[in-house]
Design a protein. Structure first.
Length: 170
């Protein structure tokens, strides 16, 4: 990927949160290298860059065995928590970026690396500019397939809120 340029950037402020069950427990051998390969590939697919090294930690509380990682990226961070138990093996991933996040590509990469079964996700567009809309999607699927996308918060802009506030003040 090219280095930073002098061209202007539009900050997007998008968050994708994935909670997913896995077909089977992840192989504990080479788990840190597996997480690093996941990070490298997902950043490549999304055209993003790391900011420093990935931090990786095995679970300290063995009642919930697994591991966690966080990777700072030039536009924010990716964090993940994998749990072998209690219950079915599952992973929780938070992907925050000031650059637009293609959450469908994130699902594809997570499935490729973790063999997802049932999952649920939330996509939040948390813009603050007057001309941009804040919105929230609730998304459900299995594997790399999306079964349902439901808008929880329709895109709203400051322009849409101002008349409502003015009428409430009357």
């Amino acid at each position: 990927m090219d280095s930073f340029t002098d061209s202007p950037i539009r900050l997007r402020h998008e968050i994708f949160v994935l909670d997913a069950y896995l077909e089977q427990p992840l192989n504990p051998t080479g788990r840190m290298q597996h997480a690093k390969k996941f990070i490298d590939e997902i950043l490549h697919v999304l055209n993003m860059e790391p900011l420093g090294s990935m931090q990786f930690h095995d679970a300290a509380d063995l009642r919930a065995p697994g591991w966690s990682f966080i990777q700072a990226i030039t536009t924010s961070h990716i964090s993940a928590h994998y749990f072998e138990s209690p219950g079915k093996p599952h992973i929780r991933i938070d992907f925050y970026s000031c650059q637009s996040v293609d959450w469908r590509k994130v699902i594809e990469m997570c499935h490729k690396f973790c063999s997802l079964t049932d999952w649920r996700a939330t996509f939040i567009n948390r813009e603050i500019e007057d001309d941009a809309g804040k919105s929230i999607l609730d998304i459900k699927g299995n594997g790399d397939r999306v079964f349902n996308e439901q808008t929880i918060l329709e895109p709203i802009t400051a322009h849409a809120v101002e008349p409502a506030l003015a009428s409430a003040a009357v």
